[in-house]
Design a binder for this molecule. Structure first.
Ligand code: FMN
Length: 368
């Protein structure tokens, strides 16, 4: 099937609204051509309800970029997506765009579009579009949120780009803008793989609630991954956390902080010391041969396994220790996120005023 599109099925995941807004702009473009459209939140949809698609349906995926890749929630969705007999598919990722003076500076995709594109190709889909959209960065563990004026400007720029891309794809054309970035994407691809497996064990575990937290549970209820639990009467970020930043950016009390990752540094250091002591102790009983390939592979696996186990244990201990005011203060007073200048990120108010509110994921479908 080729030619004009007769039905559009769009899936998106979004932490702070950027990817959701791109999906909505695309859906609006389809609506203006009277193309029936379904828009579904990957984090809320029950995959069992996805029925085989009619051959003329165009399917689209929009997701933020996390660690130069689609976040695991989007990737797992695509890994388990039903097979097709040639449906057209397009993939979009929103990235960390910036604006320096008059210049719009793009983010970096890594394998964010390439890996899902390969998976979907193997499942029998035809890729007709690959496009990154450089909306403002929401990664406020690393930098303060972008100023409102800059957000508005980047949003206006990106809405136009999305509309042009959508209109070409809906006219049945092929658009592979992502090929422009392929060299730098390949260069950072090793980091993507590392982040995919390690991100949630590391960076996603730097959040904590400061003393402004009044247990309103908004973060818990709004979390798209249902990853925040209540432990010791305080929010606790479980390993389902995608680090999507919705909690930290939307807390009305600015009670969610991040320790900028140095807690992970401390944990890894303790981890290394314990594991080194452990191996020295093991070597008093067994002589571990250094130049035997298989033994080395086995030992490496055991080392990584133990590192993971220790990280899980440490994170529990860390959360427990945060009950102690002195320890909490240590992280609180050494984190920059508590300062006023460390803005939280909000997507453009002007641009999205026509769109439905970003509510807790409830699985509802939005037909524009
Ligand atoms: C944990 C994390 C990792 C990120 N990694 C990247 C990245 O590798 N490349 C990039 O361009 N942007 C990266 N970003 C920025 C987001 O992809 C970008 O702000 C996106 O538009 C957010 O979309 P959302 O509002 O739908 O969640 C990252 C953001 C977070 C929170």
């Amino acid at each position: 099937m080729s030619g004009k599109v007769r039905q559009l099925i769009l899936y998106y995941f979004s932490g702070t609204g950027n990817a959701r807004n791109v999906a909505s702009w695309f859906a609006q473009e389809a609506e203006s051509r009277s193309i029936p459209t379904e828009l579904s939140d990957i984090a809320a949809i029950d995959r069992k309800h996805i029925k085989p698609f009619p051959p003329e349906a165009l399917i689209g995926f929009v997701s933020p970029t996390h660690g130069f890749n689609y976040p695991p929630v989007s990737m797992y969705f695509i890994f388990r997506f039903p097979r097709s007999r040639g449906n057209r598919v397009f993939l979009m990722n929103t990235r960390a765009g910036l604006k320096l003076s008059k210049w719009f500076v793009p983010g970096l995709s890594g394998i964010a579009l390439w890996l899902p594109a390969i998976v979907l190709l193997l499942k029998g889909y035809r890729i007709v579009g690959l496009r990154s959209i450089d909306l403002p960065s929401n990664w406020i563990s690393f930098h303060p949120g972008v100023k409102e004026k800059v957000v508005e400007s980047i949003y206006g720029h990106c809405k136009k780009i999305t509309q042009i891309f959508a209109s070409k794809i809906l006219d049945g054309k092929k658009v592979y803008t992502a090929f422009r970035d392929i060299i730098q994407d390949l260069l950072v691809s090793p980091i993507s793989i590392g982040y995919f497996f390690m991100g949630r064990f590391m960076l996603a575990k730097t959040f904590y609630a400061n003393e402004n937290c009044d247990n309103c549970e908004l973060c818990i209820n709004n979390c798209p991954m249902k990853a925040i639990l209540t432990v010791d009467k305080r929010p606790f970020w479980s390993y389902r956390c995608e680090s999507c930043m919705r909690c930290m950016n939307s807390c009305p009390k600015r009670a969610i902080e991040t320790s900028h990752g140095y807690i992970i540094g401390i944990m890894l250091l303790i981890n290394m010391v314990i594991l080194n002591l452990f191996w020295k102790w093991v070597e008093t009983f067994i002589n571990i041969p250094q130049n035997n390939g298989w033994v080395w592979v086995l030992i490496t696996f055991i080392r990584w396994g133990l590192t993971f186990i220790l990280l899980v244990v440490f994170y529990r201990i860390y959360h427990y220790l945060l009950r102690i005011p002195l320890i909490r203060d240590l992280f609180y007073y050494t984190s920059l996120t508590r300062f006023r200048f460390w803005r939280r990120y909000k997507p453009s108010k002007k641009m999205i005023s026509q769109l439905p509110e970003l509510t807790p994921s409830d699985g509802k479908m939005f037909s524009p």
